[in-house]
Design a protein around this ligand. Structure first.
Ligand SMILES: Cc1cc2nc3c(=O)[nH]c(=O)nc-3n(C[C@H](O)[C@H](O)[C@H](O)COP(=O)(O)OP(=O)(O)OC[C@H]3O[C@@H](n4cnc5c(N)ncnc54)[C@H](O)[C@@H]3O)c2cc1C
Length: 389
């Protein structure tokens, strides 16, 4: 191997956060100083499949309630400095214009890959160097510089180092959790990791025979924290999936309690009156209200209309785990945010080192929040770095 390649700013990880950080640096006129070292053969592979391929890249409401971190409110300064309007402007500067409903924002093309393509083209035009198939396995700081070592022997030196290596979810996109070791090398601690936005495993006895049945529902979850979501629940042979279960999964992917409210559009009293009217007509109580199999299961477990109404409104189910990191969209937990400056994402343990995106112990709800966090944290780091290089 020859002498190490040198760049002023090295970004490890060419996913969403790494590309966003490079783009913000390029917009500050520093594109030629930036190199991205990416483990895979191309930049932005995960970004291209987000939002079922449509790219739910941000949300018009990015308030704190949609984010979590072990250090409460850690994400606030970065979110305040980079609200939805800044994200909208950023995407427009790349030629990507947003559309969407209920807060969720997508590119007009409804193709996540059009965002990746626009970013790749902008980075190339701005002189950002991409070093692909570069799996960073070690990083060190000495003599005022960082050196990052790749598995294949390549080395890159830099004055500033940005870790944008993602989390442990969806390892087919290069994120298997092994890169946390790079941060640990600088003394950073990794908080416990949980899959989030994932299908849930539950006790199976109460839901036997319901596989494949989907029902509108509101789901409450109580585990590492409490969460609630409305959408639908899809019963599987191992537990529950569907948008409502998926949305609360981070709370109980390590186990916990679920309470499913079927027929969320009805109040319990109204439901009870419907059940009583059917009772008078000598009809199966839940027929016409719920899917037959689901209704029969609930009827078997309840004694009389009143108990049945209560069960339909508060069906308890124990979550025992999840389908795991490989099936999850996001990692909850990550680099402990106690040792990160919330305004700049700079490490408090190693000056000149910045950590952004999912690598940090910050995760968001389903709805464009995780990509917004990748962008807001990358923007914070880029702002601080651009002032110094
Ligand atoms: C199927 C799917 C759909 C999703 N849909 C949405 C959505 O619609 N909206 C939303 O907000 N969020 C969505 N997410 C979550 C979102 O994609 C991530 O939270 C976001 O990409 C995180 O950005 P990041 O840059 O921190 O990490 P990533 O995008 O995961 O990028 C990390 C990069 O680092 C590279 N890397 C890892 N280790 C090394 C190493 N040792 N050396 C060099 N490079 C390394 C990886 O190859 C990867 O390219 C989705 C996730 C998945 C899996």
């Amino acid at each position: 191997m020859g002498a190490p390649y040198y760049c002023k700013v090295l970004i490890v990880g060419g996913g969403a956060g790494g590309m966003f950080a490079a783009a913000r640096l390029a917009q500050a006129g520093k594109g030629g100083d930036v190199c991205i070292a990416e483990r895979g053969g191309r930049l932005g592979r995960k970004l291209s499949v987000t939002g079922n391929g449509q790219g739910n890249v941000t949300n018009s409401d990015v308030s704190a309630a949609y984010f979590r971190s072990g250090r409460p409110g850690f994400f606030l300064p970065a979110l305040r400095a980079f609200p939805f309007s800044a994200a909208e402007e950023f995407y427009a500067s790349l030629g990507i214009f947003l559309t969407g409903e209920e807060g969720r924002k997508y590119p007009l093309s409804r193709q996540a890959s059009s965002v990746t393509d626009a970013l790749r083209a902008f980075l190339e035009r701005s002189g950002v160097r991409a070093e692909t198939d570069f799996r960073a396995v070690r990083a060190a700081f000495s003599g005022g510089r960082f050196r990052v070592f790749a598995e294949d022997g390549r080395e890159i030196d830099a004055e500033k180092l940005v870790f944008a290596f993602g989390g442990k979810a969806a390892k087919q996109f290069g994120t298997d959790g092994s890169a946390y070791a790079l941060a640990e090398g600088f003394g950073h601690k990794i908080t416990p990791l949980y899959p989030s936005l994932v299908q849930l495993k539950t006790e199976t006895e109460p839901i036997r025979g319901l596989k494949g049945i989907r029902a509108p529902a509101r789901v409450k979850a109580e585990g590492r924290y409490c969460a609630e979501a409305e959408g639908d629940v899809l019963f599987t042979d191992y537990g529950v999936s569907g948008s409502a279960a998926f949305a609360v999964s981070g709370a109980v992917s390590g186990g916990g309690r679920l309470e499913i409210e079927f027929l969320p559009e009805l109040g319990e009293k109204e439901l009870l009156s419907y059940l009583r009217r059917r009772e008078k007509l000598s009809l199966p109580l839940t027929g016409g209200l719920l899917h037959n199999q689901l209704g029969r299961m609930l009827e078997k477990r309840a004694d009389g209309a009143e108990e049945l109404a209560a069960l339909i409104k508060r069906f308890p189910l124990r979550a025992t785990g999840s389908a795991g990191f490989d099936a999850a969209q996001v990692t909850a937990g990550g680099v402990d945010t106690e040792t990160i400056d919330p305004h700049t994402m700079e490490s408090l343990l190693q000056k000149g080192l910045y950590i952004v995106g999912e690598a940090l112990d910050v995760d968001g709800d389903c709805g464009g929040y995780n990509l917004h966090w990748a962008l807001a944290s990358a923007a914070a780091a880029a702002r601080a770095i651009a002032e110094e290089v």
